[in-house]
Design a protein around this ligand. Structure first.
Ligand code: PLP
Length: 395
């Protein structure tokens, strides 16, 4: 299904798939059915509307579990990865902490803000200690130092499966093996990875896996947390005791169905789609390298998401490029920003890159609806914007 997506302007090119993806029409159609026809409350056990909703939720948990190699009983539905991550990190803090033990949490410094800000908020309240893991200038994790940190005694390890800026894919199997060796709970934020690369929750020693529907052609405001059997978390939301008491609140049946259907389709189509996406990304990369002298590619180019291209043009500020292309091309300077405060990327800073590289950084994210014409047009738009900016700045 190749269709050009254009919310308001037929010629607009959307290259910000890390931020969010369009909902697959097949997913949206199924969701519509669960909003307008089978609209029951999955907890209404007294009638057929409730039964149908409950059945749909169970089917969704099977679809999610299949995609990530988990058991459907291990799937908890949430409002998205941010909530899933908060549930793990906050839910790991002992409620009755009379012994005043501060859990030690080790994090990859390029984790999403959902991980870092949750940890740092707990640290500010003196409820946890945060330890940064070591990475290199390509954002790669140093596994020897990870082993040493784990040996020093920590209670929770947070390593994402793939990064939302530079697209690096992390060695989750290896990380899981080390976590298992030291009996440490392992939270893997797989928001950017699920539906793009294979994940095996059961075999890879992951304790908690965070999933977001809107990164894999599903709806926003829907996600899941996979919790390994036998592991306990304290709830952060209280109410009707839904989902084994771990996440109270009426289940968002259309959102859950949307996540489940998106996962089912990814399992069927991921391999082929991702190959085609990687070819398009490689084409764009070579066109940009040809057309823009001085262009640098950031991150681990031998191990990144197929839809990711993270570049820097060190002598041209990214804001100048965005200003020139924003009416035609959706790309970004980094992670989607909700605070409205422009801050340099913490990911690129953690990689110790120069100010020029950070200030000239652009994140390009393509996906399954991207086509070759868009790749060629985007290369033209970007190279012209760089040329014009350089003319203004340096002539
Ligand atoms: N983690 C990563 C790596 C992300 O890219 C995102 C989304 O931007 C999140 C977590 C948060 O996901 P959600 O929007 O579902 O809360």
């Amino acid at each position: 299904m190749k269709s050009k997506i254009a919310p308001s302007n037929a010629n607009y090119i959307y290259f910000d798939y890390h931020s969010t993806t369009p909902v697959d029409k097949r997913v949206a159609e199924l969701m519509l059915y669960y909003m307008t026809t089978a609209f029951g409350n999955a907890s209404s056990t007294d009638h057929a509307y409730g039964d149908e909703a409950k059945k749909a939720v169970l089917q969704a948990s099977v679809n999610v579990a299949k995609l990530v190699g988990a058991s459907s009983k291990e799937v908890i539905f949430t409002s998205g990865a941010t909530e899933s991550i908060n549930l793990v990190i906050q839910g790991s803090i002992p409620i009755d902490n009379t012994a005043k033990i501060r859990p030690r949490i080790a994090v990859l410094p390029v984790e999403h803000r959902a991980v870092l800000d949750t940890c740092h908020t707990l640290a500010k309240k003196n409820l946890a200690e945060v330890i940064d893991l070591r990475i290199d200038s390509k954002g790669r994790l140093d596994l020897d130092s990870l082993d040493k940190v784990c040996a020093s005694g920590i209670s929770l390890l947070c390593v994402m499966a793939a990064n939302n800026e530079i697209g690096n894919i992390y060695p989750i199997q290896e990380v899981g093996r080390i976590a298992k060796k030291y009996n440490i709970s392992f939270l893997c934020d797989a928001s950017q990875a699920v539906g793009k690369i294979p994940i095996n929750f059961e075999e890879w020693g992951i304790t908690y896996l965070a999933i977001s529907a809107h990164k894999l052609y599903g709806p926003k405001g829907s996600g899941a947390l996979v919790v390994r059997k036998g592991y306990q978390l304290n709830p952060i939301l209280f109410g009707g005791g839904h989902q084994k008491g771990l996440r109270s609140g009426t289940l968002n049946v259309p959102g859950i169905v949307g996540l489940g259907e998106a996962c089912r389709l990814r399992l069927l189509e991921m391999e082929e789609d991702e190959k085609a996406i990687a070819d398009l990304r490689d084409k764009l990369q070579s066109l940009l390298l040809d057309k823009i002298p001085g262009l640098v590619i950031n991150g681990d180019v031998s191990n990144r998401l197929s839809g990711n291209l993270h570049i820097s043009i060190p002598d041209v500020p990214n804001t100048a490029i965005i200003a020139r292309v924003r009416q035609k091309l959706a790309i970004s300077t980094g992670a989607a920003c909700s605070s409205g405060v422009e801050a340099p990327s913490h990911v690129l800073q953690a990689m110790n890159l120069s100010t020029k590289i950070i200030e000239g950084a652009l994140r390009i994210g393509i996906g399954k609806f991207t086509n070759i014409e868009e790749i060629e047009q985007a290369a033209e738009i970007l190279s012209l914007a760089v040329q014009q900016t350089r003319q203004v700045m340096y002539s």
